[in-house]
Design a protein around this ligand. Structure first.
Ligand code: SAM
Length: 281
């Protein structure tokens, strides 16, 4: 059967290269090229952008990104078995696909990309959250990327866009929403993947803001939020005790009652607290 890009259907690619999915690599493949094109479109206009894709696998999303007009795709894949299939895609799109074999946690992708950069990936579940946290907490802001369009387990996606008061609200929501606009743009049932995972998945689209939503020092905010949610059911005066004896006064100076719990506190108040703590007030 013909495909939009003239390359073989993904089931044939997987059979031809013996790509039996490995659970320990988080391999749940997308085989529907209409769906991968839709995910690529969720990243916005790709024509003038370099795209970083983590975990291309047999290349379904990679093909979507190239067919949707990405200027260039840098794909980082840990599993060497996928390289021949990806080489076929590179040959069909001369000069537009570079594949790096390695662990995305170790490869310095930013150094190989030219702005503007969009990150688009169906992430392996075992490293997805760690990669997101790294992308959200770079040494300087704005980061190397303009937007992140990422597939996660739905439960993780909900943590990224969560609001105060919900069980999903925590460190990930605050880190994401402080300097990005974040929304869930697609929800996918397990059957969309081969093999089907146990849970639903969702695509989150995050756009980096030029400036944070509220001023705060990034390291101080990360520390305060990390400590607060480490013991999310405790009153903040206890959860943040390690910040020093002045914590009750600091909470009050930030407009937070020391008896409140982390999950009740919004982003603006956490930023106010980070400013008070940074001043040592
Ligand atoms: N993009 C493909 C798709 O949508 O069908 C595959 C997605 S699959 C959920 C995750 C991919 O990430 C697999 O191909 C897996 O081999 C790869 N992977 C797992 N851990 C990785 C790591 N640390 N660095 C780079 N790739 C990794």
């Amino acid at each position: 059967m013909a495909t939009i890009d003239g390359l073989p259907p993904l089931r044939e690619v997987i059979a031809a290269h013996g790509l039996v999915a490995k659970k320990q690599l988080g391999q749940n493949f997308l085989l529907d090229l209409n769906l991968t094109a839709k995910i690529a479109r969720a990243a916005g206009d790709l024509a003038g952008a370099d795209v970083l894709e983590v975990g291309p696998g047999p290349g379904g999303l990679t093909r979507g990104l190239l067919a949707e007009g990405a200027r260039r795709v840098l794909a980082v894949e840990k599993d060497a078995r996928c390289l021949p299939a990806l080489a076929e895609i590179a040959a069909a799109y001369p000069g537009r696909l570079e594949v790096v074999q390695g662990d995305a946690l170790e490869v310095d992708a930013a150094a190989r990309l030219t702005a503007p950069v969009k990150v688009v990936a169906n992430l392996p579940y075992n490293v997805g959250t760690e990669l997101l946290i790294r992308w959200l907490t770079p040494p300087v802001w704005p980061p190397f990327w303009q937007s992140l369009t990422l597939m996660f387990q739905k439960e993780v996606a909900e943590r990224i866009v969560a609001r105060p008061g919900s069980d999903a609200y925590g460190r990930l929501a605050l880190l994401a929403q402080w300097r990005c606009d974040a929304k869930i743009v697609m929800v996918l049932p397990p059957e969309a993947f081969t093999p089907a995972p146990k849970v639903h998945s969702a695509v989150v689209h995050l756009v980096a803001r030029a400036e944070p939503r509220y001023p705060a020092d990034a390291r101080v905010l990360e520390r305060v939020v990390g400590m607060a949610f480490n013991q999310r059911r405790k009153m903040l005066r206890s959860a943040l005790k390690a910040l020093g004896p002045g914590i009750e006064a600091q909470l009050q100076a930030a407009g937070i009652a020391p008896t409140q719990r982390a999950e009740e506190i919004g982003l603006e108040q956490f930023c106010a607290l980070a400013r008070v703590v940074a001043q040592g007030g």
